[in-house]
Design a protein around this ligand. Structure first.
Ligand SMILES: Cc1ncc(COP(=O)(O)O)c(C=O)c1O
Length: 425
């Protein structure tokens, strides 16, 4: 029989190969990350080598008694795909194994993960302290949406530990941050902020989209919850949207998160889960190659003498303002680089546009983490909704370009960048 889903689905990573259990006992064996990326979450029904896709919204029961037992929780198993689905569960188990988390819940998008994480645990009168260096939609959720429901939010300079301390109040329930941030690549000290959060009785939620679980493990550094947009590096091939929430506190899952997800329904589709499940098999290989190219390009850009290029930032280059923290908590610098063009507002933006418009290989796109290299102008796209003052406070200047390094040959990428820079005057 296939693996039975325990009540509450608070399952630790477990590989089962149910049809061959007599010949191979795989249960409960924990492998290294590259093995887990290929093997975790496997639950074979017919000895299939590729995981099956369960495109079903509902499930049938053997009897009315069994249906009642499912709903009461006495009979573990699937009820409805808004609550759980075998394919989605396989993705969740595989990602939880990679992250080293006790649980993972998959959502329709990264923003569904952010929104669910906040609304599941916060009520009117509660308070969020958040780093102000956030992706535009994350800023919307904590600084605009939550306050509409009586949940206050204080945005701070997350690089200043004293500001986390000072902003926390007795009613602060959540500390929220992105590191590295989108797009400014601000790097925050997860371990140090986690200590403050613990002392203040708040949960630390880390958006780990830019670093990926391959390069950074927030839970190991003291975070309570980790959020992903699986749309980015996990799919990494521009096909599907997805998100994930991971953590270790099973009581939080059972009492707070699971009831919220089950009843409000931001559930990942089985098709998207299947695509992402298969993508996880090559995830580490892809981001390691992308990050190696990003490091090469960032180094070449810094070496480039250019009057129009004011600054190039990459977390693992020594002149990055939080280089020491980035080296301490990230095993590689990631796949993203920022280039900042010099000049007053109009000149800097015109230079950024000239650079983007002359790229021949690299696409202009607001997405990131893709096998195809992508470049964007955050001020006029991902962060266009913010007031100029708020944008500038997090380094989203008129001349800023965010570059997401893909899997193309690094020399082709470099030639495209170098050529485009010659058109910027
Ligand atoms: C840091 C960060 N968090 C969350 C999201 C939201 O992800 P999604 O587009 O899958 O909703 C994004 C998207 O760009 C992001 O960059």
């Amino acid at each position: 029989m296939p693996q039975i889903v325990p009540k509450g689905r608070c399952i630790r990573f477990k590989v089962t190969n149910s049809m061959t259990e007599s010949s191979k006992t795989w249960s409960s064996k924990t492998w290294r990350p590259k093995t887990l990326a290929v093997r975790a979450g496997v639950n074979r029904a017919f000895q299939e080598t590729s995981e099956a896709m369960f495109l079903t919204s509902g499930y049938a029961y053997n009897s009315a008694d069994q249906a009642a037992a499912r709903f009461s929780g006495d009979d573990p198993g699937h009820i409805y795909s808004r609550f759980s689905n075998p394919t989605v569960q396989a993705f969740e188990e595989r990602l939880a194994a990679l992250e080293g988390a006790n649980f993972c819940r998959a959502t329709t998008s990264g923003m569904a993960a952010v929104t669910a994480t906040m609304l599941a645990q916060l009520s009117a009168g509660d308070h969020i302290v958040s780093s102000r260096a956030l992706f535009g939609s994350c800023n919307y959720v904590v600084a605009e949406l939550c306050p509409r429901f009586g949940i206050e939010c204080t945005l701070i300079d997350g690089t200043d530990l004293a500001q986390w301390e000072a902003a926390a109040r007795p009613e602060t329930k959540v500390f929220f941050l992105e590191t590295p941030s989108n797009p400014g690549l601000e790097v925050l000290d997860i371990a140090a902020i986690a200590k403050v959060a613990k002392a203040k009785g708040a949960r630390l939620v880390v958006d780990n989209v830019f670093a990926t679980p391959v390069f950074q493990k927030p839970l190991d550094l003291g975070a309570d919850l980790v959020i992903y947009s699986a749309t980015k590096h996990m799919d990494g091939q521009g096909r599907v949207l997805g998100g994930a929430i991971l953590g270790n506190d099973e009581a939080f899952l059972a009492d707070i998160l699971q009831p919220f997800l089950r009843n409000t329904g931001p559930t990942m589709s089985a098709f998207n889960a299947w695509v992402l499940l298969k993508s996880l098999e090559t995830f580490a290989l892809r981001v390691e190659a992308m990050a190696a190219s990003a490091a090469t390009i960032a180094t070449r850009l810094v070496a480039q003498k250019s009057d129009v290029l004011k600054q190039v930032l990459y977390p693992h280059l020594p002149h990055h303002p939080q280089y020491d923290i980035a080296k301490k908590q990230m095993s590689a610098g990631g796949t993203l680089i920022t280039l900042e063009f010099a000049g007053d507002t109009d000149t800097a933006q015109a230079r950024a546009f000239a650079f983007l418009n002359h790229l021949k290989l690299i696409d202009v796109s607001n997405n990131l983490g893709d096998a195809k290299s992508l470049a964007t102008h955050p001020r006029t796209t991902t962060h266009h909704r913010l007031a100029e003052e708020a944008r500038l406070a997090q380094g989203v200047t008129p001349g800023l370009v965010r570059f997401s390094c893909g899997l193309e040959d690094v020399d082709d990428l470099w030639e495209d960048i170098e050529d485009s820079l010659t058109h910027v005057c």
